[in-house]
Structure formats: C-alpha cells, structure tokens
Design a protein around this ligand. Structure first.
Ligand SMILES: Nc1ncnc2c1ncn2[C@@H]1O[C@H](COP(=O)(O)OP(=O)(O)OP(=O)(O)O)[C@@H](O)[C@H]1O
Length: 349
C-alpha cells in the first residue's frame, strides 16, 4: 500500500499511501500509525503522510498477493457472456414446497435434454440431495470440487459439507463464502441451467446471490394462502433493491383433487399465487407472471422422501404435467441481455 517514500536532506520524510477505497474508514488510523512508525526511525525529523486511492487493477493485484498469488477463481455464471440461465428459487415462508419444486423442475429440465445443476443453498433446510436421490459425496480433483449427480442433475449442497445431520449455524460472511465456493470452486462444466434453492425469507443468502450473480433471475414459490402470499411478496420484492429480474411465481399446493369424486378441494384457499404476481408487478413496475399452479399430490411428497422426483416416476400426474410445462417455459426464453456486451461497433455516417 506504500506508493512512495521521499526523504529530504534534513530528515523530512513524506510517505504516500494507497487506500484500497476512497471512503476508507481506516484513513485516520493509517495516517497516525504511519507517522508514529516512521518517526521512530533514527534521523527522521518530520513526517507527512499523503493518501491516494488504488485503481481497480491495483486492488485486484493486492487481493491476489494476499491470497498467496492465487488469483480468485471466477464464477463462470457471472461472466457477461455466460449462456447458463440461473434461477434463484425463493419463498417467503418455509414449507411451501420450494425444494420440491426446485428438484422436480431440475429433473424435468434434465429429462428434456438440458444440462442442469442445483445449488442447495437452503442452509437450515437442505433437502435437495435426499429429494433427488443423491447418495455420493463430492470429490476433490486438484483444487476443484466435483459435484455428485443423480437423475442427470449435478448437485452441491450445504449438507454435504457438514458432519451428519448437524445444524448449520453459519453467519452471513460464512454463508457468503460458502456460496462463492459453490459457484466458483465446483466444477459444473457447461450448464444450460443452474437452479439455486434459497432459504426461505429475505436473508443473507438472497443478498449474497444478488452480489455474486446479479444476472440470476428470481423464481418465487408460494401457496394459495393469502397470509403466505404477503410474505412471499416481501421476499420477491428484494429484487427491486438488488435490480434482479423476477421470472415469475409458482403457486404450489394449489388444490387437491379428491381421489374419490375428482372434486377440487382448495386446502389452502385460493388466489395467493396471482396475488403475489400482481403485487410484484405493481411494486417492480414490470410484468411478473403466474407461471403455473401445482396441485397437492401425495405421490409428489412420497417421491421427495424416496429420492424419485414425481416428474420422472409419474410424468402424467397432473402436478408433473404442470411442473414439466413450467420447466419448458422457463428454458424456452433466452437469457436476458442484462449485463451482456452487445458487441456493437459505431459506424461512420
Ligand atoms: N405439491 C405438493 N404436494 C404434496 N406435498 C408437497 C407438495 N409440495 C411440497 N410438498 C411436501 O411439503 C413438504 C415441504 O416441502 P419442501 O421441503 O419442498 O418445502 P420448502 O419450501 O423447501 O421448505 P423449507 O424452505 O422450509 O426447507 C415436504 O414434505 C414436501 O414433500
């Protein structure tokens, strides 16, 4: 951080120091520490400290140096020309079926011929490996982590890095670091789509995703219950602060078809999914569609427990049909152009 030291013939010393950022809260401390350290050198009569600010490149070089000359690995999905679509699956409340929807969408997309990865970032409720039937653990090759896969879906989960069923009591910075590692140090290969199962609510992980992958699109899962809808809308509206796009809302547990008389029973009421979509459309000022309504299906729950996603074991069940349709719709649209260079060249008139 030392830019220059100039020593005058009569012991006047001028030290120039680079701060990492302009508003560095340590500037006074750095000035006084430098002054007192230099003053102790025999022959020094006066010390003046001048501060400058590092350029982007100098900051990067310093970080590399501090990491022992290992450049930080880039997150491939965060590169401007990445072709991988990233969906962060969010919900307001827990237990609305976010993980079940994530797993079934992933399995459906893989069955449709896409290369799919899932990051299970649901720190407290990591259930993706069980729901997909992943039994292997990640392995290490050189310094890359190879993710295990099941049903043609590569999976990495917080649960794979904790002993047994130990609860994860990580705080914000650790979660951020873990997520960064999942994205940068895991060898995903070329993916068409990456689904991220976020913890419920608007927590640290959602903010980390926004920082690490600003181009990730948010997929909101809710139930038809209006009380759940309000919370889901709050979780979704974080997108307005992080400038991310909400790709749409999925209403899960929309209704139960009576196995005896085929009557539709609205167990959790109705209208929640549409209410969230409308509310988010209003607050974000951009259309947020209701992508679909997935009915309650006992077999979907059973499939989650046994690691056999319903979309594969019973593709014609009505919840499977809906999930497969949503999967297709999500991948039907190309990745947004946000953050991507358009390679435009000005031409002479
Ligand atoms: N459409 C559905 N029909 C029947 N059961 C469902 C359906 N969706 C989810 N479930 C069941 O509801 C329970 C909660 O689902 P899941 O774990 O997917 O929710 P979640 O929102 O990810 O929860 P959390 O974020 O708290 O971990 C599970 O037992 C799951 O099998």
């Amino acid at each position: 951080m030392v830019k220059d030291v100039a020593i005058g013939p009569d012991g006047d010393v001028r030290v120039e120091i680079y701060l990492t950022v302009a508003g560095c809260p340590m500037r006074d401390r750095i000035t006084s520490d430098t002054t007192s350290a230099v003053k102790q050198v025999p022959g020094v009569s006066t010390v003046s400290v001048e501060l400058d600010v590092m350029s982007e490149q100098q900051r990067r070089d310093l970080q590399t140096k501090l990491r022992g000359n290992q450049p930080e690995r880039e997150i491939p999905f965060a590169k401007p020309n990445s072709l991988t679509k990233v969906f962060a699956v969010a919900s307001g409340k827990g237990g609305v079926g976010k993980s079940s929807v994530t797993v079934n969408l992933a399995a459906a997309m893989a069955a449709q011929g896409h290369k799919v990865g899932v990051v299970d970032a649901d720190i407290y409720g990591h259930s993706v490996p069980r729901m997909l039937g992943v039994t292997d653990r990640p392995t290490k090759v050189a310094d890359m982590i190879m993710p295990p896969s099941a049903k043609d879906v590569k999976v990495i989960s917080v649960g794979m890095f904790t002993a047994g069923n130990a609860p994860v009591v990580w705080r914000g910075p650790m979660l951020h670091r873990a997520l960064q590692q999942f994205l940068a140090d895991v060898y995903w290969g070329d993916l068409d789509v990456l689904l991220m199962d976020l913890p419920p609510g608007t927590g640290d992980v959602a903010i980390s995703v926004a920082q690490l992958l600003p181009s990730a699109e948010i997929l909101v899962v809710t139930t038809p219950q209006l009380a759940a809808a309000e919370v889901a809308e709050r979780a979704g509206s974080i997108a307005s602060q992080t400038h991310q796009r909400i790709v749409g809302v999925i209403e899960n547990m929309a209704y139960l078809t009576c196995p005896h008389c085929d009557e539709r029973i609205e167990v959790f009421g109705s209208g929640g999914g549409q209410a969230v979509a409308d509310g988010l459309t209003r607050s974000l000022g951009a259309k947020v569609p209701l992508l679909g309504q997935v009915p309650i299906d006992v077999d979907l729950r059973v499939g989650g427990d046994s690691g056999e996603p319903l979309v594969l074991s019973e593709p014609s069940a009505s919840s499977s049909v809906e999930l497969r349709r949503i999967a297709k719709e999500l991948l039907g649209t190309g990745r947004g152009l946000a953050g991507r260079p358009l390679n435009l060249t000005p031409v002479a008139r």
